[in-house]
Write a protein that binds this ligand. Structure first.
Ligand SMILES: [Zn+2]
Length: 611
């Protein structure tokens, strides 16, 4: 609804006095028209009531305090901090002050006060550095100033932010070359801004001091137009994507992060071409990764930085880089290695980042000693197992006779396995889902990694168009060697075989450094126990063996990981067994036995060759 009200009414708070005023203003001059007057004032009152209750703009205006008020309060807090030495000596006071601005910014990142909030956060971090001499604070200050230049490049504070960064390099970081570059950039980008003249003055001064020396470091303020330092990967996955000509929209980002691992999933409304770039480390920033999406738009509500400050991932910044491209920047504390790949239906780009393990408070908190389990006492190194019951929610998995669903069966098995593992192996067990919910494949792996599982086991039931197919098979992640394995992976990935062959081409890169040998061993033990254990109680247990295929759910898992196909839901005989709780109980027993044997084997191996 578009407002047709005069401006002065629109933002006014209405009180009883106002109402009286309106009534008075509307009072007819002839007192003897009493009835008309009452009618008129009654209508006026209703009109005002309408304004207050129904009209949303007014309703909002009436709900205090506004962002402006909060901003003023936050600024007052900051001013007090500057004049109160005792308060200023406390780091906590400063952090509280920063939090005040951050809160306002987060509440409405599109609000016109947002850049000012970022600016104040940057300034406070800069002040903190002067007070406490912690270089991390300076890094924060630069990052927030950068956010202004990248998120609000046309805002009046953009050049001020850049100038502030220049001064930090000049005065705090003793890097006149870089400072000169930044000042030059101000003159070029904001020739009419109020910082152009001071920047030009700085350049002159720097030239006088050091001649024309410049370094070849262009890796700064990467969201601005500038040469791309290094290009990694030749757009392999994107080239094979059937992209449409329509402009895609960026959807909300998803991410998971720990001290040394981060997975970010970029989803768009339709497939897009993308290109990733890596900025090499310089003396002030770790390596940084960013991804450009072609033919893509970002809605204003998503155009923001997402401060995460949780583990490896410091923040993710997204922005409309050019008219038809979106840029996503990952600011990580460190970036040792990364993998990027795309998945289909829905189209999404998955980025896995590996960093150096840093001893932070988070780690210290995590290692709070608990009573060691038997497994831990034996030094087996398997303390936490992540179980992944396949499918769930809208994804029923394979469907068997009478409408029985794979998702229900495997959830039941997973619960049983979890219980038995807790009892028999005294280890911690985490389920990627413990109820009937849909969880994307890439999220399951992310859960296993962020929970720092020592083993990852995905549980499924098999299916085949020919009802005759039956038996047990266990998979580890690798290129598929035959058509059958390919079909199983295509089904479990909910993808077509052709999409899978795209995945095959990039898989070599993806499985590097994965725990493949351990995964094969784990798969062998589980397969062996399933076949032998179940054969003791059931006839015709068919051993289909240990196989390999590109299962999305196993890609990027940082621990030994396997996918178990416990039986064929499409085979009438095996479907009947899958209906029996007792059979599922036996299946669970065998999975636990396989893991137990793997763990024992690991332990013996660690004791030395004499065993
Ligand atoms: Zn499945």
């Amino acid at each position: 609804m578009k407002s047709i009200l005069p401006q002065n009414i629109k933002f006014k708070k209405y009180t009883l006095a106002d109402r009286q005023q309106v009534i008075t203003l509307n009072r007819p001059t002839t007192q003897n028209l009493a009835l008309g007057w009452w009618l008129f004032s009654l209508l006026s009152a209703f009109f005002i009531l309408y304004l207050l209750v129904v009209h949303p703009t007014l309703a909002r205006a009436a709900s205090p305090p506004s962002s402006y008020t909060q901003y003023t309060e936050a600024k007052n807090y900051y001013q007090n901090l500057l004049s109160d030495q005792k308060k200023a000596d406390s780091r906590r006071s400063w952090l509280t002050g920063i939090k005040n601005f951050r809160r306002i910014y987060h509440a409405q990142p599109d609000h016109e006060i947002a850049p000012s909030c970022l600016f104040m956060m940057a300034r406070m971090y800069s002040d903190m550095y002067k007070q406490f001499d912690n270089p991390l604070d300076l890094g924060e200050a630069i990052a927030y100033y950068e956010d202004i230049t990248s998120l609000f490049p046309k805002h009046r504070l953009a050049d001020d932010a850049l100038y502030a960064i220049g001064r930090i390099y000049l005065e705090d970081k003793n890097n006149p070359q870089k400072a000169a570059k930044i000042f030059t950039r101000i003159v070029a980008l904001f020739p009419n801004g109020d910082m152009a003249i001071p920047a030009a003055g700085q350049i002159e001064k720097l030239k006088r001091n050091s001649g024309e020396k410049t370094s070849d470091d262009d890796t700064f303020t990467i969201l601005e137009a500038g040469p791309i330092k290094q290009k990694i990967g030749a757009d392999k996955p994107a080239d094979s994507i059937a992209t449409s000509n329509e402009t895609a929209n960026l959807l909300p980002l998803r991410y998971w992060s720990t001290n040394n691992y981060t997975r970010v999933v970029i989803e768009t409304s339709s497939p897009v071409k993308y290109q990733e770039y890596l900025l090499e480390k310089n003396d002030n920033n770790p390596r940084r990764l960013y991804v450009d999406l072609e033919n893509c738009q970002i809605t204003p509500d998503l155009q923001k930085n997402i401060p995460i400050d949780d583990g490896l991932l410091r923040r993710v910044r997204t922005g409309q880089y050019s008219q038809d491209s979106v840029r996503i920047v990952l600011d990580t504390l460190s970036l040792d290695d990364y993998k990027i790949f795309s998945l289909q239906e829905p189209f999404r780009i998955v980025i896995d980042v590996k960093g150096q393990k840093k001893s932070t408070i988070t780690i210290a908190e995590k290692s709070t000693p608990e009573a060691p389990s038997l497994v831990q006492q034996l030094g087996l190194g398997i303390r936490r197992i992540v179980l992944d019951p396949g499918h769930g929610g809208k994804d029923s998995g394979a469907i068997g006779p009478g409408g029985m669903m794979e998702k229900d069966i495997v959830l039941n098995v997973a619960h049983k396995v979890a219980q038995k593992m807790r009892n028999e192996l005294s280890c911690e067990v985490i389920l990627t889902r413990d109820k009937d919910v849909f969880i994307p494949l890439e999220e399951r792996t992310a859960i296993a990694n962020t929970k720092e599982g020592d083993l990852f086991i995905s549980i499924h039931a098999n299916a085949d168009p020919t009802k005759r197919a039956r038996g047990v098979e266990t998979y580890f992640l690798d290129l598929a060697k035959n058509k059958n394995a390919m079909q199983v992976a295509a089904r479990e990935n909910s993808s077509s075989a052709s999409q899978l062959s795209d995945l095959q081409t990039i898989l070599n890169d993806l499985i590097q450094n994965s725990k493949m040998q351990e995964s094969v061993k784990l798969a062998e033990y589980i397969q062996e126990n399933m076949v032998n254990g179940l054969s003791e109680k059931y006839s015709d247990i068919n051993d289909l063996g240990v196989k390999q295929a590109p299962f999305i759910v196993l890609i990027g898992a940082r621990m030994p990981s396997i996918l178990s196909e416990i039986a064929f839901i499409s085979n009438p005989k095996e479907a009947k067994r899958l209906r029996s709780d007792k059979f599922l109980d036996h299946v669970a027993d065998q999975i636990v036995a396989g893991v137990s044997q793997y763990v024992t084997d690991l332990n013996l191996a660690s004791l030395g060759p004499q065993y």
